[in-house]
Design a protein around this ligand. Structure first.
Ligand code: UTP
Length: 274
C-alpha cells in the first residue's frame, strides 16, 4: 500500500516571475483552486491521506491554505459564499499535512531526500503540483499505484513529447514489458538532453512512486545537470538493477510551471464548468 505522498514545493518558480516573487508557484490558481489543492485531491483519489510537503522560504501560504481561517470563516458564516469552502474543508478534515523546509534549493533530488524525515522506510508517491493532470477514470497517481502493485519497484509516469522539447525533461529509454498497460522497463535515463542526444522522446512528468532505497542512493548522488541533485541520476541507479518501470499514463498533463501550459489548463477547466 502507498500511504504517503510527497510534494516537493520549494523551487523558486523563476519561469513565473514576477508572480512568484512573494507567492509560491504552487498557490497559483487554475480558476479558483491553487495548483497544490488539485495535487492533494489527486492523491486522495488514489487512496492517500498523508501529505508530506517540502516547502522553503516564502512558502508559508501553502500551510495556511490547508488550515482553518477562523476570521474569514466567521465572516462568511451563513452566507451562500460559505459553500465555496466546502471542498477544501472536507479535504483538510480527511488528510494530515506535515511540512519540512528545504534550506538550500539544491534540486528536485535534494528536495525528495529532505522529505525522508516525513516518509520513513516505506514506498511513497511524489507529485509535482505544477504538472496538473486530468483523467477520465482513475487519477494518474491511482493508475501508477496499480502498476506499482504489479511490479513492486519504482514507477515513473512518462509521455511522448516533441523531439525538440526533450531538453525540458528527463528522458528515458526502455524495453516494452506490456503493451496493454503501456509499461517499459527503464534501461537508461538522461536529464534534459538536446534532441540529438535524447535516447527517445519519452519524457518523465511530475508523478513518481519511489521505493525507500532511493534515499540512500540520493545521499550518494553528486550534483548533475545544472549543478543540482537530480532525481533522474538516482533513478538511473535503480534502473541499472532493473527496478524502474515507466508507465505511459492515460490522461492529459498541463505544464502549469510555464505560462503557456498554465493558460491552456485555465481554458480547459473554464470550458469544463461553463
Ligand atoms: P522546476 O524544475 O519546475 O523548478 O522544479 P522551479 O524552481 O519550481 O521552477 P522554474 O523552472 O524556476 O520556473 C520541479 C519541481 O521540483 C521542486 C519544485 O518546487 C517543483 O515542484 N523543487 C525544485 C524543489 O522542491 N526544490 C528544488 O531545489 C528544486
Amino acid at each position: 500500500m502507498i500511504k504517503k505522498c510527497l510534494f516537493p514545493a520549494a523551487g523558486y518558480g523563476t519561469r513565473f516571475l514576477p508572480a512568484t516573487k512573494a507567492t509560491p508557484k504552487e498557490m497559483l490558481p487554475i480558476l479558483t483552486k491553487p495548483l497544490i489543492q488539485y495535487g492533494v485531491e489527486e492523491a486522495v483519489e488514489a487512496g492517500i491521506h498523508t501529505m508530506a510537503i517540502i516547502t522553503g522560504r516564502g512558502k508559508r501560504a501553502i500551510e495556511d491554505h490547508f488550515d482553518i481561517s477562523y476570521e474569514l470563516e466567521h465572516q462568511i458564516k451563513g452566507e451562500s459564499k460559505e459553500n465555496l469552502l466546502t471542498e477544501i474543508r472536507s479535504l483538510i478534515s480527511s488528510c494530515t499535512f506535515s511540512y519540512t523546509r528545504q534550506i538550500e534549493m539544491k534540486g528536485l533530488g535534494h528536495a525528495i531526500l529532505t522529505g525522508e524525515t516525513l516518509i520513513g522506510d516505506e514506498p511513497f508517491a511524489v507529485l509535482l503540483a505544477d504538472d496538473l493532470c486530468t483523467h477520465e477514470e482513475d487519477s494518474v497517481l491511482k493508475q501508477m499505484i496499480d502498476v506499482y502493485e504489479k511490479y513492486q519497484c519504482s514507477i515513473i509516469a512518462i509521455e511522448e513529447v516533441a523531439m525538440e522539447d526533450t531538453n525540458k525533461y528527463g528522458v528515458i529509454a526502455g524495453e516494452l514489458v506490456d503493451n496493454t498497460t503501456n509499461t517499459y522497463r527503464v534501461t537508461d535515463m538522461v536529464e534534459k538532453p538536446d534532441s540529438k542526444d535524447a535516447p527517445t522522446n519519452m519524457a518523465i512528468i511530475g508523478r513518481y512512486i519511489l521505493t525507500p532505497d532511493i534515499f540512500d542512493i540520493l545521499r550518494e548522488t553528486k550534483p548533475g545537470k545544472g549543478g543540482e541533485i537530480q532525481i533522474t541520476d538516482a533513478l538511473l541507479e535503480q534502473a541499472k538493477q532493473g527496478n524502474v518501470i515507466a508507465y505511459k499514463f492515460k490522461g492529459t498533463r498541463f505544464d502549469c510551471g510555464s505560462v503557456e501550459g498554465f493558460v491552456e489548463a485555465t481554458n480547459y477547466f473554464y470550458q469544463g464548468v461553463h
